[in-house]
Design a protein around this ligand. Structure first.
Ligand code: ADP
Ligand code: 5GP
Length: 190
């Protein structure tokens, strides 16, 4: 049975560029027991990304092999690439009694929600406006213009899934948003 004090699994989802990776990293820095689940992806690494830390970057063929071997808790095709959470990376963290942060999309959240034994806390982050989202995607300066356009285009479609989550938090001011996410997470732990 789930009880207060147990390890928790926090899912942070959002339209791309709203700030979930920034918030996940801040949580992990402040709370040593929180570890970010490192996903596998077929996407090309961004200039600042490191293999094994931001993602495990693998080929389409390797990803398909892992699917066949049933190695994923969940996976999805997003913006033309595969992304997935491997059972091994999660179970390694569970063994160490870590709290886990998942930076995954709504499709992965739906799949993980089927595992009723998981102590999930689902938080959806929204930007204050589409204009601001566009600014952040451009400012991040990590994706080509057509990739930015594709992500901005998905804003409404992605946002519609916020109703699948326990909490929705607006990321306008980063520190305010972080405090709100922190409060939600701490109250689940206590
Ligand atoms: P996501 O993981 O949701 O795609 P990121 O965490 O990569 O988004 O954030 C996208 C960009 O927006 C980054 O350059 C980040 O530094 C910036 N950012 C995040 N939160 C805020 C905020 N509250 N105000 C302004 N910029 C932000
Ligand atoms: P990005 O390319 O910006 O790193 O991520 C694109 C989208 O993929 C984001 O919404 C992110 O949350 C999602 N994502 C990252 N890893 C996974 C995963 O393992 N599974 C699923 N379902 N989504 C993921």
């Amino acid at each position: 049975m789930k009880k207060k004090g147990d390890s928790i699994m926090v899912i942070l989802s959002s339209p791309s560029g709203a700030g979930k990776t920034t918030i996940s990293k801040k949580l992990q820095q402040k709370y040593q027991n929180f570890k970010i689940s490192v996903s596998h992806t077929t996407r090309t690494p961004r200039p600042n990304e490191v293999d094994g830390i931001d993602y495990f970057f693998i080929s389409h063929d390797e990803f398909k092999k892992l699917i066949k071997k049933n190695e994923f808790y969940e996976y999805a095709e997003i913006f033309g690439n595969y992304y997935g959470t491997s059972k091994k990376s999660v179970l390694d963290l569970v063994k160490k009694k870590n709290d886990i942060l998942f930076d995954i999309d709504w499709q992965g959240t739906k799949q993980l929600s089927k595992f009723k034994e998981l102590n999930l806390l689902k938080i959806f982050i929204l930007p204050p406006s589409k204009e601001e989202l566009k600014k952040r995607l451009i400012q991040r300066n990590q994706d080509k213009p057509h990739v930015v356009a594709e992500r901005l285009d998905a804003y409404e479609r992605d946002s519609a899934h916020k109703t699948d989550y326990d909490f929705v938090v607006i990321n306008d001011n980063l520190e305010d948003c972080f405090r709100e996410v922190e409060k939600i997470v701490i109250s689940k732990k206590e």
